[in-house]
Design a protein around this ligand. Structure first.
Ligand code: 13P
Ligand code: SF4
Length: 365
């Protein structure tokens, strides 16, 4: 082990220089390293991923990986999941610690425990409510779900997870993304009036005891700042120009956008659906810009036209923090024997969070 290399020494390197150094470091680390890349990563980083995927696919990849170092090109909660699901001797790393998720930050343990406590003034939540956390959440919220008989979901298994949850208890507290919860519940046949919004800044979530007693799903008032940019008017305008075009959206988009879409699904599902469509199909896509740009490049040769849903450029600024400079810095440190930016979840929290994640993995085979 030598002194850790400083990120400052990488800031001025060009992407091309970084590329050479990343490839050399990868070669030196061999099978000790695996690089996982989420679909929202910028192309300059995405191209180095050994495995790409949505949150569910990458969780499985992390759980099955034999590599000593799992370098996660994604956001913080993904690297936490990799740490929770991997062996204790494996090391989960994120190239830039500032790569968080603003939606995940909209729920924290204190606020969720307060909500659980307040719910107990109306009903017995541990008997009547299954807590469900979207994977876009901190490890302590997954642990909360683990110890309260709850579960984790991703955008690709939320329907199955809600079915499981209702088989355990009659109601669900769903956090932090109201849209994924509402869109999934509605698809299962739950009417909108039986899904109430929990405003975490208000006593009793801004709800009456009667509203809580009648609700099937209590939706945390969180959202994704990227997907909230997509509006139903964008779809209307596009359809006026191209009446035969298809619309596909991520379920973090609003209810109105998802209702106007031909298909709704995870990033992996969006890619698969467009790949399987007929040559010449025109698509309006409501998800993050780096993925939409990649789809455009990938499928233009098949005559497919891929359009981004918002007229303004909106990308996930935290996903974007992972750049070739940080990746080169991370890998060269590993070659030098230094572990930088390790993500390590505390043992007790890890055990309870793993329970909630394992429940999810078991039912989404
Ligand atoms: P996917 O699991 O669909 O890739 O979504 C992750 C995410 O953060 C979407 O904003
Ligand atoms: Fe979080 Fe939204 Fe970025 Fe996904 S796109 S990581 S939900 S901020």
């Amino acid at each position: 082990m030598s002194d850790a290399l400083s990120i400052q020494d990488y800031a001025q390197l060009s992407d091309e220089e970084c590329e050479q150094r990343i490839l050399a470091a990868r070669e030196a680390l061999g099978e000790r390293l695996v690089i996982l890349g989420h679909h929202y990563q910028r192309q300059e980083v995405f191209k180095f991923a050994d495995f790409a995927g949505d949150s569910l696919k990458l969780s499985r990849q992390a759980a099955n990986s034999k590599a000593q170092f799992i370098v996660f090109c994604g956001v913080h909660f993904m690297a936490e999941v990799a740490d929770i699901l991997s062996r204790d001797d494996q090391v989960s790393i994120i190239p830039d610690l500032a790569a968080g998720c603003s939606m995940a930050d909209m729920a924290n343990l204190a606020a969720v425990e307060r909500a659980w406590q307040e719910l107990s003034e109306v009903l017995a939540p541990d008997e009547r409510v299954t807590p469900v956390t979207y994977i876009n959440s901190a490890a302590d919220l997954k642990a909360f779900c683990g110890r309260h008989g709850g579960i984790v979901c991703t955008s690709s298994n939320a329907g199955k997870v809600l079915e499981w949850s209702f088989a355990q208890r009659e109601k669900v507290l769903f956090f932090p993304d109201q849209h994924l919860g509402r869109n999934t519940g509605y698809r299962m046949g739950i009417p909108l009036e039986e899904m109430v919004e929990w405003d975490f800044d208000q006593p009793l979530g801004g709800l009456t005891p009667e509203q809580i007693r009648k609700a099937k799903i209590i939706l945390w008032k969180g959202f994704c700042s990227v997907h909230q940019m997509f509006q139903p008017e964008h779809i209307d305008k596009f359809k006026q120009l191209y009446p035969d075009a298809k619309v596909i959206s991520h379920p973090e988009s609003s209810f109105e956008v998802c209702q106007k879409s031909d298909a709704v699904g995870s990033t992996e599902m969006i890619i698969r659906t467009i790949a399987d469509s007929a040559p010449g199909t025109r698509w309006l896509v409501g998800t993050e810009l780096n993925l939409v740009n990649r789809l455009h490049e990938q499928f233009k040769h098949e005559g497919k036209n891929i359009h981004f849903m918002s007229p303004t450029v909106c990308m996930c600024s935290t996903m974007f923090r992972i750049d070739p400079q940080h990746l080169a810095w991370t890998l060269e440190n590993l070659v030098a024997g230094n572990i930088v930016n390790q993500i390590k979840v505390a043992p007790q929290e890890k055990e309870q969070a793993r329970l909630a994640l394992q429940r999810m993995l078991d039912i989404s085979l």
